[in-house]
Design a protein. Structure first.
Lengths: 553, 284
C-alpha cells in the first residue's frame, strides 16, 4: 500500500539547528535527505534566548558543520558573563566568566530568523546533491504507520512520504514526539516559559553603553525579588544592533502565582539597573515567547522509536541549571549523532538499529550526563522538599544566614561558577529568589538611577507581530475555569481583563447561576505551547506558512 | 513536454493606477501597462506542467517593444525558458481576428511545435475572450476552455481536464483531448503540488529563473511581419474586420437610493435613521 508513496532515505522534520545539523551530516554521508519546515522561512517559527555555545567536549559544533557560521549567521561573540542579584534597589553583581568559559570554545549571541535561514540555504544545497532538499511551508502533522510500525510521515500540504529514518527536530511542541508517545504536555514542572523583547540599539551605543568593542559582546543575568516571587530570572544579550532582553520562569511557578509573563518582562525592562544600558530610550522590535523543556526532568533518555529519532527540544535536550542555559548546542550535537547513527547503521546493513545506536552515542559522548546530571537526581528528593525550602529560606533570611552570606562573599561567587554545584541546584524558591535576594540585600550596593522607559502595551506587542491567520489550530476541550483558567494569565499574549489576546475569562449566566468560563481566539497565538500544558486543549501547529511569523526570533 | 503561454499587456485598471479623462475615456499615457490579470492562471497551469513533466515553457505576446517588460514579469512567474514578442507597426490596432492570425503564425514558426498552448480567460481591456479560441481555429487543434485542473498522460499523449461549466446549475465536466491541444484556463484554476519532488523542482526553477530574469532581454526573440512572412493587408488595422461604430464612456454605477446626511446632534434625523434600520435589526 505504501509502495505508491514518495520515498526518501531520510526525512528531517524542522529546520532549526538540530534539524540543520542532522540534515547536513546525513547529506555529507551521502544519504538522500529531505527536510520539511513548516515556517514561510526557516527560523520564522523559532525563538531562543539567544546564546549558542560551542563546547570543547562536544563531538559536533555548529561551525564545525557549517563553515563561516560565526561570521555570517551569528551576532556578537559573548566574552563576558555576569549575574545581578537584585533586592529592591540594591544589586550585587557576580562575574560568572569562569562558568561561562568552562568547556567553551566560543559563545555567540544569535537571532534565530537570520541564523536559521542562513543554515537552511546551506542545508538545501547539501541535500540537493543527494537528491533531496529543503522545503518550507510544509507541516508534518503525524507519523505514517504500516502494521503498527513507523514508516514515514504525513503532512498537510503534500502526500505521505516514507523514509528509512525520520529525524524529528520539530521543536519543543513536537507533534511527532507526541504521536509516538515519547513526550507529553502533562507536567508544568517539566517546562520553563520564556518571553523576550528584541530591542533596537545603534551598534555604537551598544559598544559605549556595554563597554565592548564592535566585535565583542556581553551577557547579563538577573535574579532576585523583581519577579513577584516567581521562580526564574532574566537575561540581556548584546546583538550587532539590538539587545535580546527576556525572562524565563518555571511554568508551574508562573501558574501558581498567576503571574503575567509580559508584566514580569516589563519588571525587568523598567528596573533601575537597566537604565545604564537603555538610557531612557526604548524601541521594541519584536516580542516573542517560547516553552523550554527542563532537561533535568524532560530529556528523554531513550529518544527514539522504530525509525523515529528525536533531537533538540523535541527530545527535551535543553540544559538549564542555574546560570547555565544551553539548548542549541545540544540540539546540534544530537542532530549530528542521530545522523551518524543512521549512516553507520545503514553501512552495517541494519538501518533499523539507528535508534539504539543514537541512544548509545548520547551517553558515550557525555550529552546525557550534561542534560540529566546524576547529582541533581540524587539530591532532588531532599533539596526540593517543602521543609528544606522553608528551613533554608528561614535560615538565609535570619541574622545567622545574613552573616554567613557576608562572610562567604567570595565563596558564593565561586559557587556560582562551579559546574559541579550548579548541577545540584534545586528548583525551589531558595535558589531562584531567596539566595539572590539575600545576597543583594546584604552585599549589594544601591542603584542610583531612574529608569524612565515605557515598554509597549500587550496589544501593541501583538499588533506588531506578523500573522497569516489560518484555521484555528487549538481547540479548547474543557472551557471551565478550573480546567483552563490558568491560561488567561500564563499565555504570553493574553492577560486578565484584556480582550485582544488568545484566552479570555468570561462569566456566563445560566438558569440564574453564574459560571466562570474561558474562551479562546487563536488569532494572536505565538505557538509557544503554554496553554497545551496549563489548559485542557487539543493542540496542533497551524498549517504550513500559517500562523505567526517572527522576523528576529 | 513543451508549452507556450500567450499573454497580453493591458492597462492597469486597479484603483490608484488607472487614469480617466473628464469624458470618462481611458488616458493610456498616464495608465501603466501590466500583464493581463487572467493570464496569471494560464501561467500557473504551464508551470504546473513544467514542474510535473519537465520540458520548457515559452511566453509569447504581440505588442509594442515595451511589452518586453510584460514578458519579464511573466518569466518570473512561470520560470520561462524563452520569450517571444511579435512586434511591428503593421501589427498595430489589430482586432481579435488579426491578432489570432498573427499569433498563430508565430506559433507555427517556433522551431518545435509546443505540446500545449495556454491562454488566459479574456483580457481585462477588450473582454471578448475571442483571441485564444480564434488563434486555435487557425491551428486546428483540440480546444479545452474554462479549465480548473489539468492532468497529462505523457505516454498516451493525452490530457485530462476539469472544466467549470457555468449556468443555472454550476457543474464540473471532465474532458480528454489529444496533444497538441489549446487550453484556456479559468480564474478558478488551482495548481497542486502534492509531491515533495515537485516542490523541490519548483524551488530549483525559481532560483535559476531569478538569475536568468536579470538578463531577460538576451532571451527575447522579436519577430516582425517580415520574419513571420505575413502580408500587411491581413494583419493589424488593415486585417481587422471589426468595425468600431462608437465608444461609450464607462457609465458610473447607478445609485438605487438617495443618500441623506445626518449629523449626530440632529435628534429627529437620528430617530429616522434608527426607524429605517429597525426592520434589518429584526432580521426581516
Amino acid at each position: 500500500m505504501t509502495d505508491d508513496y514518495e520515498h526518501f532515505e531520510a526525512v528531517v522534520v524542522g529546520a532549526g539547528p538540530g534539524g540543520a545539523a542532522a540534515a547536513a551530516t546525513l547529506a555529507e554521508a551521502g544519504v538522500e535527505t529531505l527536510v520539511l519546515e513548516r515556517g514561510v522561512d526557516a527560523g520564522s517559527k523559532n525563538v531562543s534566548g539567544g546564546l549558542i555555545y560551542a563546547e570543547e567536549s562536544a563531538p559536533y559544533t555548529i561551525d564545525s558543520i557549517f563553515d563561516g557560521f560565526r561570521e555570517e549567521a551569528a551576532e556578537r561573540p559573548i566574552s563576558e558573563y555576569y549575574i545581578h542579584n537584585l533586592a529592591g534597589e540594591k544589586v550585587k553583581t557576580f562575574d560568572l566568566s569562569d562558568i561561562h568559559h568552562h568547556d567553551t570554545e566560543w559563545c555567540d549571541a544569535v537571532l534565530r530568523r537570520q541564523m536559521d535561514s542562513w543554515l537552511a540555504e546551506r542545508v538545501h544545497e547539501k541535500c540537493r546533491d543527494t537528491g533531496g532538499g529543503l522545503l518550507t511551508e510544509v507541516r508534518v502533522n503525524g507519523l505514517l504507520r504500516e502494521e503498527g510500525e513507523i514508516v514515514g510521515v504525513t503532512c498537510d500540504e503534500i502526500d505521505p512520504i516514507t523514509a528509512d529514518v525520520i529525524i524529528a527536530a520539530d521543536g519543543v511542541n513536537s507533534e511527532l514526539a507526541r504521536d509516538a508517545g515519547l513526550m507529553d504536555w502533562e507536567e508544568p514542572d517539566e517546562w520553563f516559559q520564556g518571553v523576550k523583547a528584541v530591542v533596537d540599539m545603534d551598534p555604537g551605543a551598544v559598544n559605549d553603553r556595554f563597554g565592548v568593542e564592535s566585535d565583542d559582546g556581553v551577557a547579563h543575568l538577573f535574579s532576585g525579588d523583581l519577579f513577584q516571587g516567581v521562580r526564574g530570572g532574566g537575561f540581556l544579550y548584546t546583538n550587532e544592533d539590538s539587545l535580546s532582553i527576556g525572562t524565563v520562569f518555571h511554568l508551574d511557578s508562573l501558574t501558581e502565582e498567576e503571574a503575567e509573563p509580559h508584566e514580569l518582562l516589563d519588571s525587568l525592562l523598567t528596573h533601575p539597573l537597566l537604565d545604564q544600558w537603555l538610557d531612557g530610550e526604548y524601541h521594541e522590535r519584536e516580542y516573542s515567547a517560547k516553552l523550554v523543556p527542563d532537561s533535568k526532568k524532560a530529556a528523554n533518555p531513550s529518544p527514539h522509536q522504530g525509525r523515529l529519532l528525536l533531537v533538540g527540544d523535541a527530545a527535551g535536550q535543553m540544559q538549564a541549571q542555574g546560570p547555565i542555559i544551553k539548548g542549541m548546542n545540544h540540539a546540534v550535537t544530537a542532530g549530528g549523532l542521530a545522523a551518524e547513527a543512521f549512516a553507520e547503521a545503514k553501512s552495517r546493513g541494519n538501518p533499523d538499529s539507528a535508534g539504539d545506536l543514537y541512544e548509545k552515542k548520547l551517553v558515550d559522548e557525555g550529552v546525557m550526563a550534561k542534560l540529566r546530571p546524576q547529582r541533581y537526581r540524587m539530591t532532588r528528593t531532599l533539596s526540593e522538599s517543602d521543609l528544606v525550602t522553608k528551613v533554608a529560606g528561614g535560615v538565609l533570611d535570619s541574622a545567622v544566614g545574613r552573616a554567613g552570606v557576608k562572610l562567604f562573599d567570595g565563596a558564593i561567587e565561586r559557587a556560582f561558577n562551579s559546574p559541579f554545584l550548579l548541577g545540584m541546584i534545586p528548583d525551589t524558591r531558595t535558589s531562584y529568589v531567596t539566595v539572590p535576594r539575600v545576597v543583594g540585600e546584604v552585599l549589594g550596593e544601591r542603584i542610583d538611577a531612574e529608569n524612565t522607559i515605557e515598554p509597549p502595551e500587550l496589544d501593541d506587542r501583538i499588533g506588531d507581530l506578523t500573522y497569516d491567520v489560518g484555521d484555528p489550530h487549538i481547540e479548547l476541550v474543557d472551557n471551565s475555569f478550573a480546567a483552563s483558567g490558568a491560561a488567561v494569565a500564563a499565555c504570553p499574549v493574553s492577560a486578565k481583563d484584556f480582550g485582544g489576546g488568545c484566552y479570555r475569562e468570561e462569566t456566563v449566566k445560566t438558569n440564574g447561576s453564574e459560571e466562570k468560563v474561558v474562551s479562546l481566539d487563536t488569532q494572536p497565538c505565538v505557538e509557544c505551547g503554554t496553554c497545551a500544558v496549563v489548559a485542557d486543549t487539543e493542540w496542533e501547529h497551524p498549517a504550513g506558512g500559517k500562523g505567526v511569523e517572527f522576523k528576529d526570533g | 513536454m513543451n508549452t507556450l503561454v500567450l499573454t497580453k499587456g493591458v492597462p492597469d485598471f486597479r484603483e490608484g493606477q488607472v487614469s480617466f479623462d473628464e469624458d470618462g475615456h481611458l488616458e493610456r499615457g498616464k495608465t501603466p501597462t501590466v500583464m493581463n490579470p487572467n493570464d496569471k492562471f494560464a501561467l500557473r497551469a504551464a508551470l504546473q506542467t513544467k514542474v510535473r513533466h519537465g520540458g520548457t515553457v515559452s511566453l509569447m505576446s504581440m505588442g509594442p517593444p515595451g511589452y518586453k517588460e510584460i514578458l519579464q514579469e511573466g518569466m518570473r512567474d512561470v520560470y520561462a525558458d524563452d520569450l517571444y514578442l511579435l512586434s511591428d507597426r503593421e501589427m498595430g490596432a489589430a482586432d481579435t481576428w488579426a491578432t489570432a492570425m498573427t499569433v498563430a503564425t508565430g506559433i507555427e514558426k517556433l522551431e518545435e511545435t509546443p505540446d500545449l498552448v495556454f491562454a488566459g480567460f479574456k483580457s481585462a481591456d477588450g473582454e471578448t475572450g475571442h483571441t485564444g479560441p480564434q488563434t486555435n481555429w487557425c491551428l486546428g487543434w483540440p480546444l479545452v476552455t474554462h479549465v480548473i485542473a489539468l492532468d497529462i498522460d505523457e505516454e498516451a499523449g493525452r490530457l485530462r481536464a476539469k472544466r467549470l461549466v457555468k449556468g443555472d446549475v454550476e457543474e464540473i465536466e471532465t474532458v480528454e483531448a489529444d496533444l497538441p491541444a489549446f487550453v484556456v484556463t479559468d480564474p478558478e484554476f488551482e495548481p497542486t503540488y502534492r509531491k515533495a519532488e515537485h516542490r523541490l523542482k519548483h524551488k530549483e526553477l525559481r532560483e535559476k529563473t531569478q538569475r536568468r530574469a536579470e538578463d531577460y532581454e538576451d532571451i527575447v526573440t522579436v519577430w516582425d511581419h517580415e520574419d513571420l512572412n505575413l502580408d500587411p493587408d491581413y494583419i493589424g488595422l488593415d486585417g481587422s474586420p471589426t468595425i468600431v461604430s462608437g465608444v461609450d464612456p464607462i457609465p458610473k454605477a447607478p445609485s438605487e437610493r438617495e443618500a441623506t446626511t445626518v449629523t449626530p446632534d440632529d435628534e429627529e434625523g437620528m430617530r429616522n435613521v434608527l426607524e429605517e434600520m429597525e426592520p434589518f435589526a429584526a432580521g426581516d
